[in-house]
Write a protein that binds this ligand. Structure first.
Ligand code: PHE
Length: 368
């Protein structure tokens, strides 16, 4: 690595061959929506923190300002995530250099916090994933991680039961008296692993991932055979459901019509203000020699409208292989829509032209 200590914000974009961080992403680092008073993400965060500390006599330590720039050791290796796991791939993760990335989950802090000797803690922060674009996906979102350690020789059954009762109690605080179920899951860092689902507004909704922490992780963190459980949840996902917020981009809006509606401690229903009309533009191309990944196109789309989030959705609407040349054709539909104002056809044309231009240069595609 080129860093002797952890990288700083100035190192986020560099010529390092492994660096794939864009200006659009860099501009989000340090925004800390989860720390903004009266922001829906902060309301959910505080509600959960209060729940934990009112149901436990020993307080949970609260961490919400740890840097999102982490080593790949903390983000992946320490959690026993195998070297070839998809979550490490260049198309899914924002790398600063080969050994540092923007955390893809708050589990990146599990090992260090366990090593510090804390026996129970909650850790909240912004996490980053290269992803597709639609109303519930944004490359930056917020997670909360929780860990609770137990005395030596606590039977696994006791830990599992505690995990389930504490976390379903939390879900009840958030969602009221809803139906819940525990679904078996898989995470490299917990065994057994469970997801909690609730029946809400007519469908089963995944609320969190959790499990009994792999003993190897705790041992490596210097805490020997002490057992513990962990969970992780996405704050946007919960907030969208609880406040009925229809588009994930709204969390980043500076529109007072959004922010006026929320007050700390209150979970209210969001009233949608006027929706401006969407503008659709298609882009059709032959994918080139370089292997094409839809996330790369989304990255380009995000890159041309940094100041404002103007893209609501990018979807593949047609794909075929030419019978003779064997070339693959893709057609993507981009939905442009501002949440704050009307877009003119002319400005969308300009943006879309820039998208096509950048896609040709950066992705080596061939426009049809
Ligand atoms: N880190 C996991 C994720 O991002 C969630 C998780 C945390 C699961 C802790 C188990 C224990 O999906």
């Amino acid at each position: 690595s080129s860093f002797s200590t952890l990288p700083s914000v100035d190192d986020l974009i560099s010529d390092d061959p492994n660096n794939n961080i864009t200006e659009a992403i860099r501009s989000k680092v340090g925004r800390n929506l989860h720390l903004q008073q009266n922001h829906p993400l902060n309301i959910i965060k505080s509600t959960i923190e209060n729940h934990f500390n009112s149901t436990h006599s020993e307080p949970f330590a609260l961490h919400d300002s740890l840097s999102p720039m982490v080593s790949t050791k903390h983000c992946f290796d320490d959690l026993l995530i195998p070297p070839d796991h998809v979550s490490r791939s260049y198309s899914d993760t924002y790398y600063i250099d080969a050994d540092h990335c923007l955390r893809t989950h708050t589990s990146a802090h599990q090992s260090t916090l366990i090593a510090s000797g804390e026996s129970q803690f909650l850790c909240t922060g912004d996490v980053y994933r290269r992803d597709e674009i639609d109303s519930s996906h944004y490359p930056v979102f917020h997670q909360m991680e929780g860990v609770k350690m137990f005395p030596l020789d606590t039977p696994t059954k006791v830990i599992e039961d505690d995990l389930k009762s504490v976390l379903s109690g939390m879900a009840k605080t958030l969602f009221g008296d809803v139906e819940m179920r525990w679904v078996d899951a898989y995470f490299p860092f917990t065994e057994p692993s469970y997801e909690l689902e609730i029946f809400f507004n007519g469908e089963w909704l995944e609320v969190l991932g959790s499990g009994v922490i792999q003993q190897q992780i705790i041992r490596n963190a210097g805490q020997g055979e002490q057992p513990g459980w962990a969970f992780g949840l996405g704050l946007e996902r919960l907030a969208m459901v609880l406040f009925e917020i229809p588009d994930i981009r709204l969390f980043w809006s500076s529109d007072p019509r959004f922010h006026q509606q929320f007050k700390s401690g209150e979970i209210i229903k969001f009233k949608e203000y006027s929706k401006y009309p969407p503008v659709h533009r298609d882009i059709s191309f032959w994918t080139g020699g370089k292997e094409f990944h839809p996330n790369d196109l989304c990255e380009i789309v995000r890159g041309v409208c940094i100041e404002e989030d103007l893209v609501e959705k990018v979807e593949l609407i047609d794909e075929f292989v030419h019978p003779k040349t064997k070339k693959t054709s893709n057609c993507f539909r981009v939905t442009y829509r501002s949440m704050d104002r009307s877009l003119t056809n002319k400005e969308v044309d300009d943006i879309h032209f820039q998208v096509r231009d950048n896609a040709v240069t950066d992705l080596k595609i061939e426009i049809r």
